[in-house]
Design a protein. Structure first.
Lengths: 100, 166
């Protein structure tokens, strides 16, 4: 079962990387990052089940907590960016601290 | 045999819904496709006896994070003119997949060639809340405390960022 899980995890990771690189909508970029984290979680859980060791599941629990805190930060960033430029286009957000 | 069939169905659903997620034009469509992918991944966790993570994945990812995304998408009241106009989106997706595919193929080839499966037999109650909790609070106490600090920082940071500066 481990090999199938690892192959699925690699495929999901590749889909996430493709979405991360090629899209310009920041919400889709954020969800691609979440997909990358989920692919890693899937491989960690599969390895933990194969080795009968719970540590992998604890690592993926910690990754889920990190993803939750990331979600809170991203959401407030979306609100600020949308308020400033009223667009979701990642190409417009290149000011990086400069005065508008 | 039964597990393999369930795995194949879930894997197909996950891959299809994540492709829909990265290629949908409107963010609400990709969020809804992402919910399907997350629930399928939760079911895949359940298939390898990770029952506690199954529950956590559904509560935190499909419950909290996705409802936060949907809330923000509806709160911002996004119209079609606010979306980036990605005329060549499909060409970009195709080109990037052609670049990423060789790396994925190399990794899959590596996994298929190497015999990594150990096939240990799990003990009774493996992956349950007691097992995971005992490991978390005995071997992984320091990362647990660091995660609590990280959550505090994220909380303060989210409030500070979203505040209107006068």
């Amino acid at each position: 079962m481990l090999q199938e899980y690892m192959i699925l995890s690699i495929i999901l990771f590749c889909i996430g990387v493709v979405g991360l690189i090629s899209r310009r909508n920041i919400i889709v970029i954020y969800m691609s990052i979440e997909l990358l984290l989920n692919a890693v979680n899937l491989s960690l859980v599969a390895i933990s089940a194969d080795l009968a060791d719970t540590s992998g599941q604890v690592i993926s629990l910690i990754i889920i907590a990190i993803a939750a805190s990331e979600a809170a930060l991203f959401m407030s960033l979306f609100v600020v960016l949308f308020r400033n430029k009223s667009s979701l286009d990642a190409d417009l957000f290149d000011m990086l601290g400069s005065k508008k | 045999m039964q597990n393999e069939i369930i795995f194949a169905i879930l894997a197909l659903l996950t891959i299809v819904s994540s492709i829909v997620m990265i290629s949908a034009h409107r963010p609400i469509d990709s969020a809804l496709a992402f919910i399907v992918a997350l629930i399928c991944i939760a079911a895949l966790f359940g298939l390898v006896n990770a029952t506690f993570l199954f529950v956590v994945q559904i509560i935190i990812y499909a419950g909290a994070i996705l409802s936060l995304i949907l809330f923000i998408v509806m709160f911002l009241n996004i119209k079609d003119e606010n979306l980036p106009d990605e005329k060549n989106k499909n060409w970009w997706l195709l080109g990037t997949s052609l670049i990423v595919a060789p790396f994925g193929a190399i990794l899959i080839d590596l996994i298929v060639r190497s015999d990594i499966a150990v096939n240990m037999v799990p003990a009774e109650g493996f992956g349950g809340i007691k097992d995971v909790g005992l490991t978390l609070f005995s071997k992984w106490v320091l990362p647990f405390e660091l995660v609590s600090i990280l959550l505090l920082v994220a909380l303060v940071g989210a409030v500070t960022l979203a505040k209107r500066d006068n």
